[in-house]
Design a protein around this ligand. Structure first.
Ligand SMILES: Cc1cc2nc3c(=O)[nH]c(=O)nc-3n(C[C@H](O)[C@H](O)[C@H](O)COP(=O)(O)OP(=O)(O)OC[C@H]3O[C@@H](n4cnc5c(N)ncnc54)[C@H](O)[C@@H]3O)c2cc1C
Length: 292
């Protein structure tokens, strides 16, 4: 199908983009990589009256560390992350995710921020942002604000972005030398959305106990979820297989997937458990901790 008719705006500055968004309010949609919005428009699931294409905005393709955060501008593509040596060497969770979202052709266009704004219940970036405790920087008629990811992700395909606003940046805390993470995803074939996936980040204390843990699961509920009970179980404890099993079980408990062609609800719930366990073991191994 072809999309319904729409007006097309191609601003050359952030100010111009924000002014279009303020003018058209709920009738306008931001166009970033277009990898979700364009298909949705072709199926007429989305029929925005005005598209504000942000691809010509200068200075939104940056990846920089500032004030203890890795900041990715709204035009950072998945492949920018995937092929960054800096990210590959230090940001294990983010690097893992960037290699398994969709396929290389989609990743070349799709943006990290766009994926978070889309908030697909099977999106990979949302789980990672939850585990890493990311923040979103948003601008709009009311000025600039920063939202923790848990407040930003509201529901299936819904975020806290209001009328006239756009997300300009996602921020991931810079991991220290005792922090690592991993992303575990099962898919029917390369390029598919997840059947189930888990994002894990662990920070150790110098004595080897777990200082902080972040766990996000996706494709197993109405939206990506934080497995808070698992994080509580891990915090302050020495990492053992028994502890990891107990934490992973919490993912199975809160997963509430729909059965579909990718698997039964019971299978997906169990995969949430398995993938959290695998993610924890991989993240710890990256910190030279072999659990027994
Ligand atoms: C064949 C195929 C396979 C895919 N497989 C996967 C997969 O396995 N895992 C996965 O996670 N994703 C997958 N995707 C989705 C894709 O990877 C992107 O995450 C997704 O398209 C969103 O990024 P985008 O930049 O293309 O956003 P767009 O499609 O341009 O926008 C998506 C939505 O977010 C809004 N938006 C975008 N940027 C902003 C902003 N800065 N401020 C406010 N609102 C904004 C838009 O208005 C729109 O509503 C797949 C897509 C395709 C086509």
């Amino acid at each position: 199908m072809i999309p319904a008719a729409f007006e097309y705006k191609r601003p050359m500055s952030l100010e111009e983009a924000l002014s279009h968004l303020a003018q058209y309010g709920a009738d306008a949609r931001v166009l970033a990589g277009g990898q979700s919005l364009i298909p949705a428009m072709r199926y007429r699931l989305a029929q925005p009256a005005v598209l504000v294409d942000i691809n010509k905005l200068p200075n939104l393709g940056y990846m920089k560390e500032e004030n203890g955060m890795l900041c990715l501008g709204a035009l950072v593509r998945d492949t920018d992350v995937e092929f960054s040596p800096e990210i590959r060497s230090r940001y294990h969770l983010i690097s893992d995710v960037s290699m398994v979202v969709a396929d290389p052709i989609v990743r070349f266009r799709a943006t990290v921020v766009g994926s978070l704004c889309h908030n697909d219940p099977s999106g990979d970036w949302a789980a990672a942002a939850i585990a890493a405790r990311a923040q979103m920087a948003i601008q709009g008629p009311g000025g600039a604000r920063v939202e923790p990811i848990d407040r930003f992700l509201v529901d299936s395909f819904a975020t806290s972005i209001g009328e006239g606003e756009m997300a300009v940046e996602v921020r991931f805390p810079v991991p220290n030398a005792l922090t690592s993470g991993a992303y575990e995803k099962i898919e029917r074939k390369v390029g598919d959305y997840a059947t189930a996936a888990a994002a894990v980040q662990v920070e150790l204390n110098p004595d080897g106990t777990i200082k902080e843990a972040g766990i996000g699961i996706t494709a197993v509920a109405h939206m990506a979820l934080r497995v808070e009970e698992a994080e509580k179980i891990l915090r302050g404890q020495k990492p053992t297989l028994e502890l990891i099993r107990a934490a992973a079980e919490e993912a199975r408990k809160i997963a509430n997937p729909n059965p579909d062609a990718r698997g039964s609800a019971e299978y997906k719930k169990d995969m949430a458990r398995v993938l959290v366990g695998r993610g924890l073991i991989k993240a710890l191994k990256r910190l030279n901790v072999v659990v027994a």
